[in-house]
Design a protein around this ligand. Structure first.
Ligand SMILES: Cc1cc2nc3c(=O)[nH]c(=O)nc-3n(C[C@H](O)[C@H](O)[C@H](O)COP(=O)(O)OP(=O)(O)OC[C@H]3O[C@@H](n4cnc5c(N)ncnc54)[C@H](O)[C@@H]3O)c2cc1C
Length: 411
């Protein structure tokens, strides 16, 4: 029998799950269904990231990223406390290692102040080494409000709470057809499962552009998969990093650069992620190729414009990805004591990078509406940190567009 719901959510990453949580709190008798193609929650980006609780220092003042990151942090931290999930506000250093980075560092500091980021200050090399004794640099910003957690565990706990509230989560169902009608939305998955809902929210990460197209939208932007590889420090060299060490980012790019991250789960230190074009959206093998994914990239005029602008950066990342000596030189700029023996290959994640037709990498969070459906088209980093506020933003947009009557927010 065809099952019918008030809201169907496609995607059980941290965004889809927190959207369901917000809906369950503010529209308690709504019948909710979450569909995900994988056999477990948070299988893609939400379970394969750096685990950093971002402070909001990087984002353009007035952007959704700046606002929602700051709003979400408070809710996330409360959730972590209430649920007794591991986290630590361990602070981070953003380090300038070359004189030409000083101006960018100061600009970043100003940006953080305008965004209202708590606990930021500029410091010189001596003070820097009190925080990270092995770091080398000319100047740094210390951000005490940055932290670490495990977003996979956050997503799993949100999922458990949803099930307790009666939300149906159906795994192993890849949605491949969406029909938006005047009074309902119908979906079908590759297993033949079908359901209808009064509304649909798609939070399918790197596949959201395809779902939008399947629903008849014509987004001019397209997802380009960008692999982010990590190396891990061998146990005997972990003492070289106490917490988080970041480079000064290139303001033209949405990536923050290879950084050192101490993990909350096992105190391991990860280095990365880099940013290399991937030929597969969802397979975690370096050489995985999917012809449809490649054709989608090659057929997008925006990709070629992007490639013309950033080929030098892309080539550098590719070179360091394949040539460990070059990678080592890059990370030694921050910690000169590191040697080849300290680095072990680690896992990787694949970023969903939305690229516009004009070749710009879309930086801010973005949503699109088609009839009774909302598509979370762009939720790149720091969407794990910002997820609780993105969820509120999505649900309130639903109320605005569809006339939902919601209870006031509970957290
Ligand atoms: C390497 C890396 C490092 C990062 N580091 C950080 C960090 O330190 N801090 C931070 O805040 N953010 C970080 N991010 C960003 C953050 O992880 C993502 O922005 C966030 O997880 C996005 O969540 P999501 O739910 O939108 O996407 P996803 O987690 O990718 O979830 C999408 C879900 O949709 C499902 N799906 C897709 N298509 C279909 C379909 N057709 N039918 C059914 N289900 C479907 C997928 O199986 C998946 O479960 C990082 C990301 C990467 C890749």
């Amino acid at each position: 029998m065809l099952q019918s719901y008030d809201v169907m959510i496609v995607g059980a990453g941290i965004v889809g799950l927190t959207v369901a949580r917000e809906l369950a709190q503010r529209w308690p008798d709504a019948r909710l269904l979450i569909l995900d193609q994988e056999q477990e929650l948070a299988f893609h980006q939400s379970g394969r990231n750096s685990g950093v609780i971002h402070s909001g220092i990087y984002y353009r003042p007035g952007s959704l990223k700046a606002r929602l990151t700051l709003e979400s942090r408070a809710v996330l931290l409360r959730f972590l406390e209430e649920e007794r999930l591991p986290y630590e506000l361990s602070g981070k250093l953003i380090v300038a290692v070359r004189p030409e980075e000083a101006a960018k560092l100061h600009q970043l500091y100003e940006n953080g102040r305008v965004n209202g980021v708590a606990g930021i200050r500029l410091m010189g090399p001596d003070e820097m080494r009190e925080i990270e004794p092995h770091v080398r640099g000319l100047e740094a910003i210390y951000v005490s409000s940055t932290g670490i957690t495990d977003y996979r565990q956050v997503a799993l706990r949100v999922g458990e709470r949803l099930i307790e509230r009666g939300v149906r989560i159906q795994l192993g169902e890849r949605v491949n057809r969406i029909q938006i009608q005047s009074d309902l939305v119908a979906v079908e998955t590759t297993t033949g499962f079908r359901a209808t809902g009064r509304y649909l929210i798609a939070a399918a990460g790197i596949q959201t552009d395809r779902l939008a197209r399947a629903a008849g939208l014509q987004p001019k932007s397209r997802m380009v998969p960008v692999r982010g590889n990590y190396w891990t420090l061998s146990p005997q060299s972990r003492h070289l990093v106490r917490s988080l060490i970041y480079p000064v980012p290139d303001p033209r790019l949405p990536f923050l650069g290879v950084h050192f991250t101490r993990r909350i789960s096992d105190q391991a230190v990860w280095l990365g992620p880099n940013a290399v074009l991937a030929a597969h959206r969802t397979r975690y093998r370096r050489r995985a190729v999917n012809l449809r994914d490649v054709a989608d990239i090659a057929g997008h005029p925006g990709f070629w414009r992007l490639a013309r602008r950033f080929w030098r950066y892309g080539a550098g990342e590719w070179y360091r990805d394949h040539w460990i000596a070059a990678y080592l030189r890059q990370v030694q700029e921050y910690i000169p004591e590191l040697t080849r023996r300290d680095l072990n290959p680690g896992p990787f994640g694949i970023r969903a990078q939305l690229v516009d037709a004009n070749g710009a990498m879309v930086d801010d969070f973005r949503m699109m509406r088609a009839g009774r459906a909302l598509f979370v088209l762009n939720a790149p980093s720091p969407a794990a940190t910002a997820s609780f506020a993105i969820a509120r933003h999505v649900v309130e947009r639903g109320a605005e567009e569809f006339g939902w009557t919601l209870r006031p927010p509970t957290d």
